[in-house]
Ligand binder design. Sequence first.
Ligand SMILES: Cc1cc2nc3c(=O)[nH]c(=O)nc-3n(C[C@H](O)[C@H](O)[C@H](O)COP(=O)(O)OP(=O)(O)OC[C@H]3O[C@@H](n4cnc5c(N)ncnc54)[C@H](O)[C@@H]3O)c2cc1C
Length: 478
Amino acid sequence: MEERARVPPGLPRPCPTVSYWQDPPADIADLRTTAELPAKADYVVVGSGISGAFIAYKILCKQPKASVVVLEARQAASGATGRNGGHTKAASYRSFVDHEKELGLDEAMRISRLEYANIVATHDFARKHGIRCDSNSCDTVDIIYSQTHLDAGKEAIRRMREAMGEDDPAAQYRVFNAAEARKIFRTPSALGAFQYAAGSLSAYAFAIGVLKLALGKGLNLQTNTPAESITFTDKSGRTIWSVQTPRGCIETPNLVLATNGYTAHLVPQMQGLIVPLHGQVVAQRPGLGMPQTGLPDTYSFIHETGYEYMITRPPLTLDEGTIIIGGGLWQLPNSGASRYGETDDTSLEPTITKYLRDCTSGFFGSHWGPDHASGRIRKEWSGIMGASADGLPYVGAMPDMPGLWISAAFNGHGMVWCLKVAEALVEMMVGDEGEQRAVDEWFPRSARMSGERMGRRFMGRKDLRAPGEGGFGERGRP
Ligand SMILES: Cc1cc2nc3c(=O)[nH]c(=O)nc-3n(C[C@H](O)[C@H](O)[C@H](O)COP(=O)(O)OP(=O)(O)OC[C@H]3O[C@@H](n4cnc5c(N)ncnc54)[C@H](O)[C@@H]3O)c2cc1C
């Protein structure tokens, strides 16, 4: 794993696979607000995923007169955001016990509450601003195939309820035994299940919608403009950052990195702290025995050493009932170690492709029925996540680099972090004393960037542990 963590990410690759969500691409996919790259701006944000989009929007809400430029290496929102599974699902119980042990109860509760609040805020934002992203707030279910995960999950849920109170919406779970899970959720091999609040949407359409709102407030979006390198100089006692691109250089006193898995390309000190992770997703037509307009819940399928995540397109949306499923990393040797450090989203990994194509009929057994006459597969694609050394995103000021800010490494769970993180980051950047203090009240301290966190090193992805399991990655090794 240490070896994989040392592979330089490079820049986002040209001609990536096209996700289900990006077909057709948005009308602003290749937008350059101005033909020339501006020579300077008050704020430059690198990356136009959900993080970069929401940070730019939030800055413009607070400082309507500020000049804000977003640089994007490829098309708008064509990183992880444009190619993810569309799941707004926290599964906070899976990390709560470890967070309590490693970071303390207050942090564990802050993280769980942030994740829940982020889900609610995302769907509320889409509704309020009329963003057409098929936002669907619904329940999700974890179908458990491992006794270890079942027992650990029940204990984690008990502990969350005890610590946070029965009424805390972030601690609300329903537990099902094997017979119930098999019947209610159509999963004949389940050992049990946990059900709780979550949702689904097109993260691509959502981020494009946020970018459009920011454009309406004066954002200058520059797509197909990679930031190749960054340097700084001191001008009249102020640090000014220069961002070099193939179209010239842009200067700013406030540079924000919303570059997820690619961050170490611009800041080599982040090598081994943010490690890219190649993930895969497939869109499938449901078998003819399955509900053709979608399932009421979204799903995860939890095995001893890994998991899959699945949504169905909600009723009355385009391709209603279509299954979007990702995961399968655990099918590879060493829990998929070869996928870490990999930024090639122009290709698919064949073992995972085969597994993801076949697994759905396995999960639903005789409920699946014959495949659809048009075939099971609609689309397959890959994308690059950013995994962090301690399992939490890096948010805030880069130590000893005045004017450089970061919001990156969402460990495959950005849809339950990015909005609240963007909100917190912008308060940290431009908020007055009172606003900064308010952020301290709710934002997890352990997710703030710090010199201490920069000293850690990547050992593997933390969310593959069973809740409460001490070390991680060990059981996954064949
Ligand atoms: C296959 C897959 C499935 C996923 N499924 C889910 C899911 O179901 N639910 C969930 O919560 N999360 C999921 N995730 C994770 C989620 O998509 C991310 O956590 C989230 O999108 C992160 O958003 P971001 O804006 O921080 O990063 P990104 O969306 O990755 O955006 C970073 C952007 O920066 C750009 N960039 C990078 N370097 C440069 C540079 N030097 N110059 C210019 N531009 C640059 C990239 O091109 C990219 O557009 C999934 C991710 C993947 C890859």
